[in-house]
Ligand binder design. Structure first.
Ligand code: PEP
Length: 253
């Protein structure tokens, strides 16, 4: 069965309660664009408030600790996030890999913890500019994913992968639809190898990296692209829902 395009906003370290009005506006627009599945990952401090304010969109987190509870000052477990209303968690984002030195092995443990807490996982991967220029992007991304993806029995059912070339994040540069299609096809091959033909084929693969209303249609029409993970352009309802519109949605109201 064809799945709806999945458009996920990552607010990163942006947003105070003043931004709840944007979340409400995104939710209202999402109610009129039901052919697209829309979700938001606000910072921890807004998860519960956004969860309470919205009816249609999914609410998620941007990270979790691999443990269930305990002496980890400043950390948040997956079950605490679920309790606050989060239904999914973004893991392995390149900013966390760089800022917090996160390894593939740690990210896999976080993914297992999130699944065990009943959440869905959006697993990020992507190469830097040097790796792309050296022609090794595909090899790098597949190795990174192979080491980071969760292996629990039902993992594929609650998994989304996001391919985000680091050189495209927040830069205004985007990969070409051809390059995106090639990478997504390679990722699909890995998902089928790891999870089996049927389950591996159902996992959505998002593209992320400077997606905007103006380029979304082209990028999302590339092979095996099931949606977008959006940073900067998710901070206002206008630009974020402009992306949802651009992927072919006609308002129902
Ligand atoms: C991201 O960081 O997940 C991202 C895709 O950011 P941006 O859309 O701003 O490039």
């Amino acid at each position: 069965m064809a799945q709806r395009p999945y458009i996920v906003g990552n607010w990163k370290m942006n947003g105070t309660r003043a931004m709840l009005s944007e979340a409400r506006a995104i939710d209202r627009a999402a109610q009129r664009h039901m052919k697209v599945e829309v979700a938001l990952a606000p910072p921890y401090t807004l998860i519960h408030a956004v969860h309470r304010e919205v009816e249609q969109i999914g609410v998620g987190a941007q990270d979790c600790h691999p443990g269930a509870e305990g002496p980890h000052t400043g950390d948040i477990s997956a079950s605490m996030l679920a309790d606050a209303g989060a239904k999914f968690v973004i893991l392995g984002h390149s900013e966390r890999r760089a800022d917090h030195n996160e390894s593939d092995e740690l990210i896999e443990r976080k993914a297992d913890a999130a699944l065990e807490a009943g959440m869905r996982v959006i697993m990020c991967c992507g190469e830097d500019a040097r790796t792309r220029d050296s022609g090794k992007a595909e090899k790098f991304v597949l190795k990174q994913l192979r080491a980071s993806l969760p292996r629990l029995d039902d993992a594929a059912e609650r998994l989304t992968v996001a391919y985000e070339p680091i050189w495209a994040i927040g830069t205004g540069n985007t990969a070409t639809p051809e390059d995106v299609g090639q990478m997504h096809t390679a990722i699909r091959g890995l998902l089928v190898e790891l999870y089996g033909q049927e389950e591996g084929a159902e996992v959505r693969i998002l593209y992320g990296g400077s997606v905007k209303p103006e380029n979304a249609r082209d990028l999302l029409s590339a092979d095996e692209v099931g949606g977008a993970l959006v940073g900067g352009a998710s901070l206002t309802a206008d630009s974020f829902m402009g992306i949802a519109l651009a992927v072919g949605e006609t308002p129902e109201a």
